[in-house]
Design a protein around this ligand. Structure first.
Ligand code: NDP
Length: 241
């Protein structure tokens, strides 16, 4: 077998890869042989990934994280903008700070990450950008005006990037998970969990690995002609949206 026919290990950067969905995404890329850098504020990457401390709301820290990832693995070819937060409360109680903290982390930081990643991708003339949104961005949810707005914003952003950078073989897509087995869902009462599951056609939560498999697919050769798409991993919860 010639060197050229071997699959290339790509430079992958996953934000918020220290736990939850992002960790499962990072593990999936590591398992398929890619060179993976993971960012979080508190640190803690899965085995085989480069652990970078970076608050994505700080432009200088994002620049430093990209520089470190590039030095270790080469230009970032796959960006997974996964890190996200909630600050839930009803609209009338939502402070300016509740609003702007969520928008800054979930939406503005995703713009910053995509802009920085696209520089290397334009030079490579290929790249994959995947934003982790939520079914809530499509359906809305009481108490999540800030979060839903940030997650819906990712769809318009991805589709605009898809149109701007498509001529350079760079794709931009969105994964919209529904309820996922995480610390958050484990804390709900049995009654709350039963009510949630009853509203989901598949009658269960997703595993973080099921979200990860949509992300690795979007980054795969098999998805080379998929861009500007919103891929639901929600058990059918958001069907039709
Ligand atoms: P977790 O809270 O388990 O993990 C969030 C990750 O993001 C952590 O690694 C955290 O690390 C990092 N992070 C948070 N803020 C920042 C920041 N300012 N800078 C850098 N890193 C940051 O989240 P989940 O795994 O549950 O969710 C991951 C994504 O999936 C989010 O975008 C979320 O909105 C979305 N989602 C989740 C669903 C669910 O059911 N869990 C459903 C639908 C969508 P640290 O705190 O150390 O910075």
């Amino acid at each position: 077998m010639t060197q050229e026919s071997e699959p290339q290990a790509r430079s992958v950067l996953v934000t918020g890869g220290s736990r939850g969905i992002g960790r499962a995404i990072a593990e999936a890329f590591v398992a398929q042989g890619d060179r993976v850098a993971v960012t979080s504020r508190g640190g803690g990457a899965p085995a085989g990934a480069l652990d970078l401390t970076c608050d994505i709301t700080d432009p200088a820290q994002v620049e430093a994280a990209f520089a470190a990832a590039e030095e270790a693995h080469g230009p970032v070819e796959v960006l997974v903008a996964n890190a996200g937060i909630t600050k839930d409360t009803l609209l009338l109680r939502m402070s300016e700070d509740d609003w702007s903290t969520v928008i800054d982390t979930n939406l503005t930081a995703s713009y910053r990450l995509a802009k920085r990643a696209s520089k290397g991708m334009l030079r490579l003339r290929r790249g994959r950008i995947v934003f982790i949104s939520s079914v809530v961005g499509l359906l809305g949810n009481p108490g999540q005006v800030n979060y839903a707005a940030s997650k819906a914003g990712l769809v318009g952003m991805a589709r605009s990037i898809a149109r701007e950078l498509g001529s350079r073989s760079i794709t931009a897509n969105v994964v919209a998970p529904g309820f996922v087995e995480t610390d958050m869902t484990a804390e709900l009462t049995d009654e709350q969990q039963a009510a949630i599951k009853a509203s989901v056609p598949l009658q269960r939560y997703a595993s973080p690995q099921e979200v990860a498999s949509a992300v690795t697919w979007l980054a795969s050769d098999g998805a080379a002609y998929v861009t500007g798409a919103v891929v639901p991993v929600d058990g059918g919860l958001g069907m039709g949206h």
